[in-house]
Design a protein around this ligand. Structure first.
Ligand SMILES: NC(=O)c1ccc[n+]([C@@H]2O[C@H](COP(=O)([O-])OP(=O)(O)OC[C@H]3O[C@@H](n4cnc5c(N)ncnc54)[C@H](OP(=O)(O)O)[C@@H]3O)[C@@H](O)[C@H]2O)c1
Length: 290
């Protein structure tokens, strides 16, 4: 008899995300084991429950999803989960704390539909947050020239340093975006801008965006809470043409994000040894028709 698909949902927040649970069930998971307040020290025994209960040839029917608002803590959970595996006793793991990986994959995928990322110039506003960092990481991996924006250039520089450790030949730079002049300078000459700032904060006013002129081909905003991150873009935009640029709002990107999230959950059950982080999820996104 075929084994049922069991997903262990480990969440660093006190209550495991209901959003992530619903998506998992919609993606075809049979049984969801939900744990909140999971810390890296305590995850080992949960992992043992996954790897010691089914034979090695059946382990692809068990998988782990890591969620929660704290991405750094989610990354530490992933390290500890991997450290608890040994030999063939391992199950596939998906990291999507704060929705950062699936959201970043959807945003970069949207941009890639309109321009060649390799060699292109990109600006990531709010590039120090979990979503912005993942966008910058995917862009660097795709060969784009990436400007990481922040109100505090030293914060952007530390993100750039981390990304360069991962992509030593990457063309990454930190840019200040804390005032109008800095913002206009940061935007100058870029073909694509991503706004990944905090919810309810406008990062790019309309006049500065229009002042960028013809170079800007794509503008993508991930903030769904008014006021939006890029002024003049509609939250529902999905490739809408505005002042010569293809524009995406947060809900416009959200449809692809949901498809990617479900595709990643389904992918977990195709093998017992997958680790789906930003790059793997983006690769899946490019082949999933999202
Ligand atoms: N559609 C989806 O499924 C989905 C999923 C996840 C997230 N999101 C959205 O994606 C966006 C990014 O998420 P996140 O969690 O990475 O964001 P975040 O951590 O809350 O903020 C990102 C960056 O925004 C900047 N920022 C914060 N407050 C600001 C302010 N008052 N004025 C100007 N800049 C400010 C900060 O950068 P500096 O301090 O370095 O300037 C911060 O690092 C959010 O709008 C979120 O709602 C969407």
């Amino acid at each position: 008899m075929p084994k049922s698909r069991v997903l262990l949902q480990v969440d660093t927040d006190p209550h495991p995300s209901v959003f992530d649970s619903v998506v998992a069930l919609d993606a075809g998971v049979d049984h969801l084991l939900r744990h909140g307040g999971v810390d890296p020290e305590g995850v080992r025994s949960l992992v043992h429950g996954c790897i010691f209960t089914r034979g090695p040839d059946e382990l692809k029917n068990t998988a782990i999803f890591i969620g929660g608002s704290d991405v750094a803590r989610g990354e530490e959970l992933l390290r500890q989960i991997q450290a608890a595996f040994f030999g063939p006793l391992r199950v596939s793991v998906l990291l999507d704390s704060n929705g950062a990986n699936t959201t970043a994959a959807a945003a970069v995928l949207a941009a890639s539909k309109h321009l060649e990322l390799a060699g292109g110039d990109a600006l990531v506003l709010g590039g120090t947050g979990p979503v912005g960092q993942r966008i910058a990481r995917l862009l660097a991996g795709a060969g784009a020239n990436v400007r990481v924006g922040s109100r505090q250039p030293e914060r952007a520089q530390s993100v750039v340093d981390e990304l360069l450790a991962r992509h030593p030949s990457g063309n990454l730079s930190a840019v200040a975006t804390g005032n109008r002049q800095d913002l206009a300078d940061a935007l100058s000459g870029v073909q694509v801008v991503f706004a990944a700032g905090a919810a309810g904060v406008t990062l790019l006013p309309s006049d500065i965006r229009k002042g960028a002129g013809g170079a800007l081909h794509v503008a993508i905003d991930l903030n769904a809470v008014p006021p939006l991150g890029i002024e003049g873009i509609d939250v529902m935009d999905r490739g809408a043409e505005r002042e010569g640029a293809k524009c995406y709002g947060a809900i416009g990107v959200g449809g692809a994000k949901m498809k990617i999230h479900k595709a990643a959950i389904r992918r977990l059950f195709e093998a017992h040894d997958l680790v789906l982080d930003a790059e793997e999820i983006y690769k899946l996104a490019t082949s999933s028709g999202a």
